[in-house]
Design a protein around this ligand. Structure first.
Ligand code: F2R
Ligand code: MG
Ligand code: MG
Ligand code: MG
Length: 350
């Protein structure tokens, strides 16, 4: 099997197992002892008779995979349709409280512009939830360049999340997966990885500040809300670089104090990238267990850390136990195969 196919499978299976295992703890208010997490993920699940179910994180990731592989191209209308279909087929997968309204409006009004329902949420602010970031890994697999990753991730996020922090979180998560794909473990240059993401964050947040100024002068802007904390992701990534260079195992409490662990994209995305850079350089398993130990939005943080770590390590480095216990692994592998083929075909168009 080609090394890259191994990594494509690692990305989607990594996102899936992170979601399934993390969902056991979603919403716990504090960090979790390491022993509690590893006892669950490495021992207690051995006794599970039923598959461990995936949640909305995976349901939406599957919808993106379906749209890409059916259309054989990135198409935002088709993405919106796939989200709506997936949601109404299984609305009980633990979706965010507000996003269902977006799907209902998309279904009932079929707007020409599929970003319209999301833009009216939260008094026109849009959602800053992590729901756009949590599903974005297939977009990173499909896209051929950083600029394509950014464009597709942004468009995709805007279907449900109009708040700039929800959108930029999705772009940064997609970029993290995209940048992990070509790396050869176990030699991870964390400074270089963060520097590349810092560059992306700086560009995104500078563009936003510029367009906000233009908006004040009557110009157009794609997201609806003001950035209350300018250069938020850029600053968090800078702090991440400093923390990582301390060269010691960081207590989850310190990490949560720095980045947060909640449902906001601005918390969950940095927490996931950090879990990969801090523990994912050791193994896939450590990365996901560490992400869960942060507490809070554990399924989503572990799913995003799992996607990046899976892109880095490849599917064979994901514990067999996890692959055997989680619902939907076979299908994730099939989607990875198809997106890999699609990308190979698109090489001819370059
Ligand atoms: N929903 C959950 N977990 C809750 C419990 C689930 C339980 N296990 C069950 O089965 O019932 N998890 C999932 O939701 C997160 C992704 O959410 P998404 O897609 O971003 O949704 P939404 O509704 O857009 O945003 C989430 C909430 O954030 C608050 N919020 C967002 N923007 C806001 C704004 N501008 N102002 C004020 N509040 C805002 C709202 O409370 C939203 O409902 C993932 O964790 C996924 O696993
Ligand atoms: Mg979930
Ligand atoms: Mg969650
Ligand atoms: Mg072709």
């Amino acid at each position: 099997m080609s090394k890259m196919l191994h990594k494509f499978r690692g990305t989607l299976v990594g996102a899936l197992v992170g979601d399934c295992l993390g969902s056991n703890y979603e919403g716990v208010s504090s960090t979790l002892p390491w022993g509690e997490v590893t006892d669950y993920t490495l021992e207690r699940i051995k006794d599970e008779k039923e598959p461990i179910h995936y949640t909305d994180d995976t349901a939406m990731t599957r919808a993106i995979c379906k749209s890409l592989t059916e259309e054989k191209k990135y198409d935002n209308r088709s993405m919106a349709k796939a989200f709506v279909q997936e949601f109404f087929k299984e609305p009980g997968r633990g979706y965010g409280a507000a996003v269902g309204t977006v799907f209902k409006r998309l279904r009932d009004t079929n707007p020409e512009d599929v970003t319209l329902p999301a833009r009216s949420q939260f008094d026109g602010q849009g959602s800053y939830g992590n729901g756009a970031a949590m599903r974005i890994s297939p977009v990173a697999l499909y896209s051929r360049s950083s600029s394509e990753v950014q464009k597709n991730a942004q468009e995709n996020a805007l279907i449900t999340h109009a708040h700039i922090n929800g959108v930029n979180g999705a772009v940064l998560q997609a970029e993290a997966v995209f940048k992990a794909l070509p790396l050869e473990p176990p030699n991870l240059n964390t400074d270089k990885f963060i520097d590349d993401l810092l560059e992306v964050a700086k560009k995104l947040e500078e563009e936003y500040e510029e367009s906000s100024k233009e908006k004040e002068d009557g110009g157009h802007i794609s997201t609806s809300s003001p950035q209350k904390k300018p250069f938020l992701y850029f600053k968090k990534l800078k702090e991440m670089k400093e923390l990582l260079n301390k060269g010691e195992t960081l207590e989850p409490e310190t990490v949560v104090e720095t980045f947060g662990n909640g449902i906001r994209a601005e918390e969950a995305v940095p927490a996931a990238i950090f879990s990969f850079l801090h523990k994912g350089r050791e193994s896939f398993q450590e990365s996901v267990n560490y992400a869960i130990s942060l507490g809070g939005d554990t399924d989503t943080i572990a799913s995003m850390a799992g996607a990046i770590s899976g892109a880095y390590w490849g599917v064979n480095e994901i514990p067999e136990l996890w692959k055997s216990k989680c619902e939907g692994v076979e299908e994730a592998i099939e989607f990875a195969n198809k997106i890999f083929e699609l990308k190979e075909e698109r090489k001819d168009d370059e």
